[in-house]
Design a protein around this ligand. Structure first.
Ligand code: TYD
Length: 137
């Protein structure tokens, strides 16, 4: 997806069920998000000052949730950059294909939950920023 922009990426408010014993938030395929979840993974025990991501995907869509704690996600479409602070477990950041992303400023104990539209495929990654810029034009 070459023509996507950072403005195609948005914060999605998830269903939030309040309960005196605690809260539940729900993500449903094609209802909460515009894709079918084929994979879920999560980042945790991230050392202070560490940065993750630093790549783009050609076809993968993702919803990124700060399931615990907080972190920043900087998106870059080769033209415009936008930074989102994720710090609410009932919000998800939708990232469309063709967007360079960097995750940093992880709080201690942060858990970054990622819901993804495809299975893991290293061939879908663009890990070189110059190749990404060339891919987008
Ligand atoms: P990567 O997506 O580069 O991590 P991040 O963007 O969080 O910095 O993944 C790091 C490594 O983990 C990758 O080289 C292979 C492995 N991995 C899998 O085996 N399956 C997966 O679904 C993911 C996301 C990563």
């Amino acid at each position: 997806m070459k023509i996507t922009s950072v403005y195609d990426c948005t914060i999605i408010e998830l269903d939030k069920h309040h309960h005196k014993k605690g809260n539940i938030s729900v993500v449903e395929n094609r209802k909460t998000i515009p894709f079918e979840i084929k994979r879920a993974y999560y980042l945790y025990d991230i050392p202070g000052g560490e940065s993750r991501g630093g790549h783009a995907h050609k076809e993968l869509s993702q919803l990124i949730i700060a399931a615990s704690g907080s972190f920043s996600v900087t998106l870059d479409d080769g033209n415009v950059k936008r930074t989102f602070l994720l710090n609410r477990p009932y919000q998800g950041l939708l990232i469309v294909p063709g967007i360079w992303r960097t995750l940093d400023d992880f709080s201690s104990g942060a858990v970054c939950l990622v819901l993804a539209s495809e299975k893991y495929d290293e061939m879908d990654y663009i890990r070189d920023y110059q190749k990404f810029v060339t891919y987008k034009v």
